[in-house]
Design a protein around this ligand. Structure first.
Ligand code: ATP
Length: 285
């Protein structure tokens, strides 16, 4: 596929959220990412607005993780730019990048707790790295974060290997929230959880999103999680974002990946559950 041809492809839908939400928190413009001769992203554009939960979906290997890594400044774009909080990530000096990192949190797919550190020390780590907070302030803050994610103080001295899968996710979420970020990145937040634990974790993210007024950028394959949480969905295919908007709008787009992903048997089941929930929440006449 030639570059010129692909740049002409229209993005099929690019809806901002309904209400006026101000400038984007994350702004991705004409992004290209190559690994050697492999082009992963080609002229990719995406805006993420304050207070929304934007979910990135796409087939395996379409570059969702690489896109997240570029937003986090862990991977450099080959061309184009990624701005977070209005600052160009790839042009940022190390000190400025560190300052920006203190304003976002990241929950990695496997929880990614340090296995040699207790729950307490894992959550305390980002605060200790600031080298500005006294230990008693850190102690109170860690216990507060643990409480926020539903982990009682009795778990503070446990090692990650002593925790259930759901508890590892909660501890990792507490660590992601340690520095009170405005922006939270979630990579497959419910992967590996059974349906009940997954529902509970989704409910926790919903509560924290509302109470902390977070902007959330999420990658997930799980349709229940996607429908329950997303304000908007961005679909990655053909090396760029082919559609972005609320799920009801994205579902109407005629594209093979969208049809396969959302309207196959798994998608139908997730949609039915969502519709049932909406019906239960509607006031009776
Ligand atoms: N450091 C790297 N060097 C070379 N190629 C890479 C590197 N990182 C990622 N890739 C390639 O970039 C492409 C996109 O990878 P990425 O992990 O972002 O996909 P993904 O959409 O997250 O996939 P999945 O849903 O399976 O996790 C893949 O072809 C991958 O092999």
């Amino acid at each position: 596929m030639t570059e010129a041809k692909d740049q002409r492809q229209p993005q099929r839908l690019n809806k901002r959220p309904e209400e006026d939400v101000g400038p984007p928190v994350v702004e991705i413009r004409n992004l290209w990412k190559r690994f050697g001769r492999t082009v992963v992203h080609q002229d990719l554009n995406l805006d993420i607005y304050a207070g929304e939960i934007l979910t990135i979906v796409g087939g395996s290997g379409t570059g969702k993780t690489v896109l997240l890594r570029q937003m986090l400044g862990l991977e450099q774009p080959s061309a184009g730019c990624v701005k977070v909080f209005g600052e160009d990530i790839s042009a940022a000096e190390p000190e400025q990048l560190q300052h920006m990192r203190n304003h976002w949190g990241m929950l990695f797919q496997q929880g990614a707790l340090y296995s040699a550190l207790s729950v307490f020390d894992n959550i305390a780590l980002p605060m200790r790295e600031l080298r500005a907070l006294p230990e008693d302030v850190i102690r109170d803050a860690v216990l507060l974060k643990m409480d926020m994610v539903g982990l009682g103080p009795e778990h503070a001295n446990k090692m990650p290997s002593d925790l259930s899968g759901g508890m590892v996710k909660r501890a990792a979420l507490a660590r992601a929230l340690a520095l009170e970020p405005q922006l939270l990145f979630l990579d497959e937040p419910t992967a590996g959880l059974d349906p009940d634990l997954s529902d509970a974790f989704v409910a926790l993210i919903q509560t924290l999103h509302r109470e902390l007024k977070l902007t959330v950028v999420m990658v997930t394959h799980d349709l229940d999680t996607l429908f329950a949480l997303s304000s908007r969905i961005a679909v990655l295919a053909e090396k760029h974002v082919i559609a972005v908007g609320p799920s009801c709008d994205v579902l109407r787009i005629e594209h093979p990946f969208i049809k396969h992903f959302f309207l196959g048997p798994r998608g139908q089941r997730a949609l039915e559950v969502l519709e049932e929930r909406h019906a239960q929440n509607e006031p009776e006449d």
